[in-house]
Design a protein around this ligand. Sequence first.
Ligand SMILES: *[C@@H]1O[C@H](CO)[C@@H](O)[C@H](O)[C@H]1NC(C)=O
Ligand SMILES: *[C@@H]1O[C@H](CO)[C@@H](O)[C@H](O)[C@H]1NC(C)=O
Ligand SMILES: *[C@@H]1O[C@H](CO)[C@@H](O)[C@H](O)[C@H]1NC(C)=O
Ligand SMILES: *[C@@H]1O[C@H](CO)[C@@H](O)[C@H](O)[C@H]1NC(C)=O
Ligand SMILES: *[C@@H]1O[C@H](CO)[C@@H](O)[C@H](O)[C@H]1NC(C)=O
Ligand SMILES: *[C@@H]1O[C@H](CO)[C@@H](O)[C@H](O)[C@H]1NC(C)=O
Ligand SMILES: *[C@@H]1O[C@H](CO)[C@@H](O)[C@H](O)[C@H]1NC(C)=O
Ligand SMILES: *[C@@H]1O[C@H](CO)[C@@H](O)[C@H](O)[C@H]1NC(C)=O
Ligand SMILES: *[C@@H]1O[C@H](CO)[C@@H](O)[C@H](O)[C@H]1NC(C)=O
Length: 212
Amino acid sequence: MSLLLGFGLLTCIASSESSSVFVLKGQDVRLDVQENVTLKELELFKWTFRSENILRCTDTLSVRVSPEYNNRLEFYQGNFSLLLKNLQQNDSGPYTAVLNGDKEKTIIAYQLIVQERVEPPVLTVDSNSSINATCNVTVTCRGQNTSVTSSCNSRICSQVGGESRGAETSTVRLLSVYVAGGFIICNHSNQVSWANDTKEIVELCPMKSERV
Ligand SMILES: *[C@@H]1O[C@H](CO)[C@@H](O)[C@H](O)[C@H]1NC(C)=O
Ligand SMILES: *[C@@H]1O[C@H](CO)[C@@H](O)[C@H](O)[C@H]1NC(C)=O
Ligand SMILES: *[C@@H]1O[C@H](CO)[C@@H](O)[C@H](O)[C@H]1NC(C)=O
Ligand SMILES: *[C@@H]1O[C@H](CO)[C@@H](O)[C@H](O)[C@H]1NC(C)=O
Ligand SMILES: *[C@@H]1O[C@H](CO)[C@@H](O)[C@H](O)[C@H]1NC(C)=O
Ligand SMILES: *[C@@H]1O[C@H](CO)[C@@H](O)[C@H](O)[C@H]1NC(C)=O
Ligand SMILES: *[C@@H]1O[C@H](CO)[C@@H](O)[C@H](O)[C@H]1NC(C)=O
Ligand SMILES: *[C@@H]1O[C@H](CO)[C@@H](O)[C@H](O)[C@H]1NC(C)=O
Ligand SMILES: *[C@@H]1O[C@H](CO)[C@@H](O)[C@H](O)[C@H]1NC(C)=O
């Protein structure tokens, strides 16, 4: 009884929100069921991608894998986890674990998003000046499809301009510019990778950083 209740609850959560999983292109990902599944007689467990069956497992634990996935998945019968290998861009999309008994029940759903590694950004100095011994450096950082212009002193940067193209939904790339450890740092990141470019402040502000 409590098992049934558990399933009902999970289905409810799964149908309202599937959790997003970000993976770097070329890497593997394991999708867990996060529940003890027991197959009753003649029940069928499935992992699906979009509406295609990737894998089917019967109550007698006989497993059939879709030919397209032959060499690039592992299935753990002990816990019904799915390991997908060497993920490519077109592997992005919804994955669901489904239990097919008297009714079809979604046990869990994932939204997989495969991302490329970000390119290193390029940080350039537009101008530098000194106002009352406070250094003022204007920098522009350029990433793949974005750029940000910031005004920095030896402690902080604040954004003064910049366009941000290519910020489509879930594949957001971020550029952030900040000061740390005597460097102006531009960090270009997405959910699975980051890269930076830096400029040493002492070189831009040789007038000594007179700070208390
Ligand atoms: C699954 O089964 C194991 C061992 O039988 C138990 O330790 C664990 O608490 C169970 N997990 C859930 C979510 O019911
Ligand atoms: C499922 O089994 C595999 C192989 O034994 C293991 O690596 C993985 O951690 C297990 N997943 C969960 C959620 O326990
Ligand atoms: C993704 O593309 C590759 C190569 O074009 C193809 O072999 C593979 O079947 C595709 N995968 C899916 C899930 O469509
Ligand atoms: C601006 O930077 C250059 C080196 O890049 C430095 O020679 C110059 O003194 C700096 N000017 C000011 C006002 O800090
Ligand atoms: C520079 O410092 C002087 C004296 O402390 C002050 O009067 C002046 O407003 C400052 N200038 C700027 C641009 O902050
Ligand atoms: C720093 O320099 C830029 C460009 O010259 C200027 O627009 C900005 O107002 C300056 N910032 C400060 C705090 O003086
Ligand atoms: C830049 O944006 C264009 C159009 O939005 C897109 O087609 C292209 O893939 C993007 N390039 C990179 C490197 O993100
Ligand atoms: C760059 O940003 C990523 C994501 O926010 C973060 O994990 C990483 O530590 C940052 N790197 C640096 C050098 O700040
Ligand atoms: C970030 O910048 C530092 C300082 O230039 C450098 O040592 C480091 O390798 C950079 N990290 C990445 C991931 O580019």
